[in-house]
Design a binder for this molecule. Structure first.
Ligand code: HEM
Ligand code: HEM
Length: 463
């Protein structure tokens, strides 16, 4: 046992494997959610699958369980690799793994029976919150000590992003989840919406975004076998993110009576987010400039590049929907659900998957069982997600337009039925993509060919 938890990169592998498994679980619950919209009576005799219970399981399992877990696992590989050292403590990373996964498992276990704090993105009950904070603290100590023992002087931007994501989460999670009120995890009245959306915004913005950006900065130069276009720009993008993303959560509650100055700041800086996003995208694009063919033909890097394309779409849509006149039509309907999926699966999920496939041979010393299955996964998810985006955006516009014209909710429902049926059908592509990925990963561990020492060294030294 002691030998097992001290094995180099064991915790990194465990995180990625768990991420692939949570992707399947989350997709199954996503299908259950989608079926509810097609046929609300379908699961009516199963209390654990009531929409209000299983929807948060889908959402939390996807965000923390799939995207977050997989990106942390990849980070536990690339941080020591970039610093030319070993992870400071494998057992500590395993402790992080245990606490992190206890929280995620608490989703299906507690929400199914109605135990929840009932605030979107902050549903985990108090002990699960504590477990998540312990996990993050273990990881922070491990990563910071790895930095302290590094043999490489330069701190590449991926290291900045990973450390920052963990530090921000250690501060923001307890605050947004109001952990000093263990029984409710909430503040009274309107003020609670500010705390709630402080975390609801920082979960994508200051956990998933930095983890995914750091991972993309690791994979793209390696896949292109070219140096990063500009280290200065990479840090400029980082600091702009810090300066802007931290306080724009108000754009989620523009329709509520929160202070006007807060709405103004959040709208202006949401639009200004175009700056850090452009910096990241341009920097990575210019890195791959002459080697685009090489990057796109590598199945793992293709997923990361696909993630960057979705990042552009998300961050064109994001500032637009932050404008109050747009939100009058796009808020409270499926438009936002479309945005959430291209952001979380398109940007975060694609980069998580691509980085995982890129580092798995380095972590396990085995070649991938099948690169074709990686491409198949890319294809399946791309069909599903592109369809989701189109269908949900149209459904959102129908809803927004109707409500804007004073139409009642129930009269719009029949018009939405075809879109909900399409969403459920498209979900099968994403679920199949998740299953194909888990199968490919399991087969890589079981049947993947051992890389020779030379091949492994070549792979490690790429770029
Ligand atoms: C099998 C594929 C999937 C299906 C069928 C599906 C379906 C759904 C459904 C029906 C909802 C509830 C929408 C509502 O309340 O109106 C939802 C919400 C959500 N899903 Fe998925 N989903 C899938 C995959 C994913 C993936 C892979 C991710 C992230 C990596 C994700 C992230 C989310 C998020 C963040 C929300 C909450 C959106 C919001 O409240 O704005 N989903 N999903
Ligand atoms: C330039 C960057 C972005 C801006 C300005 C932006 C803006 C917004 C706005 C205004 C909303 C609320 C829409 C409404 O309720 O009417 C929203 C929702 C959301 N955004 Fe973004 N977004 C950006 C990028 C991202 C990224 C990169 C992610 C993920 C990593 C993300 C994830 C989400 C999610 C999950 C929601 C749904 C929240 C809910 O349940 O209501 N966004 N975004």
């Amino acid at each position: 046992m002691i030998k097992f938890i001290q094995k180099p990169q064991g915790a990194s592998l465990a995180f990625m494997l768990a991420g692939a498994a949570w992707f399947v679980v989350g997709a199954l619950y996503g299908m259950v959610s989608a079926i509810h919209f097609v046929s609300p009576e379908f699961f009516s005799n199963i209390p654990a699958l009531v929409f209000g219970r299983e929807r948060p399981i889908h959402v939390n399992t996807m965000l923390y369980g799939f995207t977050g877990t997989m990106l942390i696992g990849a980070g536990l590989y690339y941080v020591p690799a970039l610093l030319r050292t070993r992870l400071w403590s494998e057992p500590l990373a395993w402790a992080g793994f245990l606490f992190w996964n206890i929280t995620i498992a608490s989703g299906p276990l507690c929400f199914s029976f109605g135990y929840t704090q009932g605030r979107e993105y902050s549903e985990y009950v108090f002990w699960a919150d504590v477990s998540l904070v312990f996990a993050v603290l273990c990881l922070i100590v491990d990563v910071v000590m790895t930095i302290a023992h590094r043999r490489e002087k330069q701190l590449y931007v991926s290291v900045w992003y990973l450390v920052a994501a963990l530090l921000w989460t250690a501060c923001n999670y307890p605050l947004g989840n109001v952990m000093w009120h263990p029984s409710t995890g909430a503040m009274p009245g309107l003020i609670d919406s500010l705390f709630l959306w402080f975390w609801g915004h920082n979960l994508p913005g200051l956990l998933i975004t930095p983890l995914a950006t750091g991972a993309a900065y690791f994979v793209i130069p390696r896949a292109a076998r070219a140096p990063l276009n500009s280290h200065t720009l990479s840090l400029a993008g980082f600091w702009f993110l810090v300066a802007l993303y931290t306080h724009i959560g108000g754009h989620h509650v523009l329709q509520s009576p929160i202070p006007n100055w807060l709405k103004t700041v959040s709208v202006v800086d949401s639009v200004a987010m175009i700056v850090p996003v452009s910096i990241v995208v341009l920097n990575l694009w210019l890195t791959a400039r002459f080697f685009g063919g090489r990057v796109w033909s590598d199945p793992a890097a293709r997923l990361v590049m696909g993630g960057i394309v979705w990042y552009i779409v998300t961050c064109v849509q994001g500032p637009l929907q932050s404008l109050p006149f747009m939100q009058r039509v796009t808020h409270f309907n499926n438009w936002t659900i479309g945005h959430a999926h291209i952001a979380m699966l398109g940007f975060g999920g694609y980069i998580a998957l691509g980085t995982m496939w890129h580092v798995i041979p380095l972590v396990t010393g085995k070649s991938l069982y099948s690169e074709k299955l990686v491409s198949l996964q890319f294809g399946l998810i791309t069909v599903g997600l592109t369809g989701f985006f189109v269908v949900l955006t149209i459904a959102g516009l129908i809803q927004g337009g109707a409500w804007h014209n004073g139409e009642t909710v129930y009269r719009v429902l029949p018009e939405l039925a075809p879109y909900f049926i399409c969403r459920a059908a498209l979900g099968i592509f994403i679920l199949t993509g998740a299953l194909v990925g888990l199968y490919n990963l399991a087969m890589t561990l079981w049947r993947g060919e051992e890389l020779s020492a030379e091949e492994l060294q070549r792979a490690e030294e790429a770029a």
